[in-house]
Design a protein. Structure first.
Length: 389
């Protein structure tokens, strides 16, 4: 690691955007959520800041003035907004009178989207970045370091350094490259009859309620639409007696800085908007991600239509090859999204807790593999779909 100059940044804005985004573009699995503008907007909007429990400590490695590796890193004082749950680990530390927080977290705040986390020019700089993260965790006296929703390159680098690997499941639609579907009707035609019938009935209930949709992409999402979406977004949290993680200002920054990555589906009844579903897209890779939704009226099956059927139909029509439905939700499988493995990596400073957590993860992983096999046996499709990678 002596060949690299290591820097710790208290804000992503301390890193030149061109250097960061240039490095991101070299990765195997880049996403818009790792863009400099996205990460900077989370901080500037007050959404991910020390005051909300996300203290930025971005880590970079430089050589001869060039950025060779980078990591979006936060010191966390809680475990909210992560979607990989370690509350039991924190509780165990607390019961043994050992601090768990703050911990080091490499992740995109509030965003359970798989992608490259250890941005690096090559495998040598990736390994050096992983080792720098471990050393930083020790020097700061932290309990642990965690890297969430990583890709295969990250997993290989961290596993080789002895990090604990934790598996999870999400539900994604992936276009079959050998037998691609050309529209939503063709997607349905490949399903078992009872699954297809249920979807048709759910869509009919929404249509019979007098609901139609308008679709708005990029700069066509004006301030009025963003305002209505945010009202719906906040309503979803209020219905669960919680507060939204992301501020309205963040979405204004997205409209200004990254408009090309957003599509908004607006449900209307009698000409008035009643619900909104926001997805993120990357036309370069052909990938899309379900992100947020909400409604001002309770209409049966509207959630399924707005969050799955409308986006899936749009993605197929637009030639996209993947739609990720987000964290959790076995109900997504009945709507055409199949189980896909996700992974996170964890380094635990206390050797006794590390051993206990390693044992837990081994047992949890066996259960997840069995659960995934069971889900695949219950696929809504009549013939096997290609395995996700």
């Amino acid at each position: 690691m002596s060949e690299y100059r290591i820097q710790v940044h208290d804000s992503p804005t301390e890193i030149p955007a061109a250097d960061w985004d240039g490095l991101l573009g070299r990765q195997k699995h880049p996403t818009p959520f790792m863009r400099h503008a996205y990460l900077s907007a989370l901080e500037a909007s007050g959404s991910a800041t020390p005051a909300t429990g996300w203290d930025p400590k971005f880590l970079t490695l430089w050589h001869n003035g060039d950025l060779h590796a980078g990591l979006a890193l936060y010191l966390k004082s809680h475990s909210y907004g992560e979607y990989v749950f370690d509350w039991a680990w924190a509780d165990a530390h607390h019961r043994h009178r050992l601090p768990y927080y703050p911990k080091a977290l490499a992740a995109v705040p509030f965003t359970p989207v798989p992608g490259t986390r250890l941005l690096a020019r090559d495998e040598a700089s990736r390994a050096a970045l992983a080792e720098a993260l471990r050393q930083l965790t020790k020097e700061f006296g932290l309990s642990s370091a965690h890297l969430l929703f990583m890709d295969g390159c990250d997993e290989a680098a961290l596993a080789s350094q002895g990090w604990l690997i934790r598996e999870g499941l999400q539900f994604h639609w992936i276009q079959d490259p050998e037998h691609p579907v050309m529209d939503f009707s063709q997607l349905l035609s490949g399903m078992h009859r009872h699954k297809r019938k249920n979807i048709v009935q759910e869509r009919r209930r929404v249509a019979d309620a007098g609901v139609s949709f308008t679709i708005h992409e990029g700069s066509a999402i004006d301030e009025g639409l963003w305002d209505f979406f945010y009202r719906c977004y906040c309503g979803t949290y209020a219905a669960h007696h919680s507060s939204p993680y992301i501020s309205r200002d963040f979405f204004s920054r997205m409209a200004r800085d990254l408009p090309e990555h957003w599509v908004l589906f607006v449900a209307r009844r009698q000409g008035q908007p009643v619900a909104a579903s926001l997805i993120a897209i990357d036309r370069g890779t052909g990938w899309a991600w379900g992100r947020y939704w909400g409604a001002t009226e309770s209409i049966p099956c509207l959630h399924f239509e707005a969050c799955y059927y409308q986006p899936l139909a749009w993605c197929i029509a637009q030639g996209f090859n993947r739609f990720e439905g987000g964290a959790q939700g076995e109900h997504k499988m009945a709507r055409g999204l199949l189980p896909v493995r996700t992974a996170s990596a964890h380094w635990i400073r206390n050797v006794h807790f590390e051993a206990a957590i390693a044992d837990f993860l081994a047992r949890e992983g066996t259960g997840i593999e069995a659960y995934a096999d069971e889900l695949r046996d219950r696929s809504p499709f009549r013939k096997p779909s290609p395995e996700a990678v």
